[in-house]
Design a protein around this ligand. Structure first.
Ligand code: NAD
Length: 492
């Protein structure tokens, strides 16, 4: 507790030095960073902002700790506990960084400018403008994949942003209160209390687990007369859920879901969604296909990522990106193939890794090292030039200056020798409900797979330690205690 209090004081007061921040130097190169997600924030955290004029553009003025987003849908964690304001992050940097809350709508590589649009509710006189760049880092993430399936956008909830989690939280209670309405028809009660999740990746699995906990631990106590009618169904097109986990953990997850009465429908591909039903094609054990219709109260769509229009437009401008389908193809230094002075990180980049937070944050940290080195290299090259010039002017100091040149050149060689980006996989974790989690963690030269209650404690401590700030850590821990002692807040 003392350590936590100490850390809060340190984070909150002692580490503040905005008055000492120096202003951006217009002589320096302008480095524009798009996005405030895992990749961009990892870059900003480690970047020496004194070397560039740094400008950050994002429609979101906060960083979101996405691994705990499913917990926000039921009120196990309050949404502000996993948000960290970007301005709070930037105020700790050595040199001031400009932040514009706006959406980048076009990247013009020929003119090296970015068109930005202010899409906030309060309108000023200027809503659209351009920002020039010398160097550009794109970390805008991806959007929700719907595969053009009819009715998905209109009728389902996604689980990517904080407003999605809030919408789900409201909708769950809306369904519950409507199901509890006087004289409600029995078939309607069943429909309203049927929560359907499409997509058996970690997002869908974690959400299904959180949902079941919410009903078992809270709704059961508060509205016992309808709680037993509550049902969760997880629909997955592939033969099993969590394909990135080992077979043993997939089996464990499936058997835990069975105990929790979460129905998993595998080999079931959703083809159409209406306001009250989901239509899916099921492939039977004999390979025969049939169509089923499932009534639902809440539908959560978690079928992975699709490329954002901004990225599609940029790819269309670069012939070398023609073959790329899933995002911006980058080389081993995360440079966008076929473009000059543009780098990409996270879910919008295709670097040969899964689109995870872990990959994005390692990419961001790598770019920070690369840019810090590039600035140091330029400074040392200038020093060598100056020393060589002084050598010509003052022949008396030859030996001393020559030694300094040699030392500087040695330093330069060391700095320039930056290895390509290499992702180091630490493991995968997922919460599966009933205070159980699964983990595939890298250990020595192999992998350790575990599942159960102890893994859940590991999951909690790992996520707590990964939170952005001590403030976030304290808030999340307090939320967990609060939900355990008083129950989740079911007000709508
Ligand atoms: P995902 O891409 O991992 O899974 C989506 C699933 O939806 C797939 O299994 C796919 O077969 C299924 N699907 C697609 N269309 C369908 C349809 N019409 N009907 C039924 N099923 C359909 O998506 P995600 O869970 O959102 O994860 C996205 C990325 O983020 C992944 O790389 C994942 O590893 C990562 N992530 C990791 C964690 C974690 O480690 N805890 C948590 C969340 C996300």
């Amino acid at each position: 507790l003392l350590a936590a209090v100490g850390a809060v004081i340190y984070d909150g007061y002692l580490d503040r030095h905005p008055e000492e921040q120096f202003a951006p130097d217009p002589e320096k190169k302008t480095l524009v960073v798009l996005g405030t997600g895992w990749g961009s924030v990892a870059l900003l955290k480690k970047l020496d902002t004194a070397n560039y004029n740094v400008v950050v553009i994002s429609p979101r003025n906060y960083f979101l700790f996405t691994p705990l987003l499913p917990s926000c849908t039921t009120g196990n964690i309050e949404h502000r506990s996993i948000m960290e304001p970007v301005r709070q992050i930037l105020r700790h940097k050595k040199a001031a960084v400009k932040f514009y809350e706006a959406e980048a709508t076009k990247i013009d590589t020929a003119r090296k400018v970015i068109k930005i649009h202010d899409n906030s509710d309060v309108k000023g006189n200027i809503n659209e403008t351009e920002v020039p760049y010398d160097m550009l880092v794109i970390g805008v993430g991806a959007e929700n994949a719907t595969f053009g399936i009819p009715g998905v956008r209109e009728n389902s909830c996604f689980l990517k942003e904080i407003r999605d989690a809030q919408a789900i939280r409201t909708k769950i209670m809306d369904c519950v209160e409507t199901a509890a309405f006087k004289d409600q028809e029995q078939s309607e009660v069943d429909r309203l209390l049927h929560m359907v999740v499409v997509g058996g990746g970690p997002t869908g699995v974690e959400f299904a687990g959180e949902l079941r906990d919410f009903f078992d631990e809270d709704i059961q106590k508060l509205i016992p007369d309808i709680a037993h009618r509550f049902k969760v169904t997880l629909i997955e097109a592939l033969p099993n859920v969590l394909p990135m986990f080992s077979k043993q953990l997939i089996d464990y997850t499936e058997s835990t879901f069975k105990e929790e009465h979460i129905e998993i429908k595998t080999k079931t591909m959703v083809k159409k969604v209406t306001d009250k039903t989901v239509e899916a094609e099921v492939t039977g054990p004999d390979g025969k296909k049939s169509t089923i219709t499932i009534p639902y109260g809440l539908l959560v769509w978690a079928t992975g990522n699709a490329v954002r229009p901004l990225i599609k437009d940029l790819m269309a401008q670069i012939p070398a990106q023609k073959e790329s389908r899933r995002g911006l193809a980058v080389n081993e230094y995360l440079v966008v193939q076929g473009a000059k002075d543009i780098w990409a990180v996270g879910d919008c980049a295709v670097a040969g890794y899964a689109p995870t937070a872990q990959v994005a944050s390692q990419e961001g940290a790598f770019l920070a090292r690369l840019f810090n080195n590039m600035a140091k290299t330029e400074a040392l090259e200038e020093k060598v030039r100056d020393l060589s010039a002084s050598l010509n002017l003052k022949p008396g100091n030859t030996a001393e200056a020559a030694k300094e040149i040699e030392d500087t050149e040695k330093q330069l060689r060391r700095i320039k020798d930056i290895k390509p980006f290499h992702y180091s996989h630490q493991g995968s974790l997922a919460y599966i409900g009933s205070e159980k989690a699964v983990a595939d963690v890298a250990w020595l030269n192999g992998n350790v797979a575990s599942g159960g209650k102890l893994t859940y404690l590991f999951w909690r401590s790992a996520y707590l330690s990964m939170c952005f700030s001590t403030r976030n850590r304290v808030l999340v821990a307090l939320d967990w205690v609060k939900a355990k002692v008083y129950g989740r807040d079911v007000s709508r």
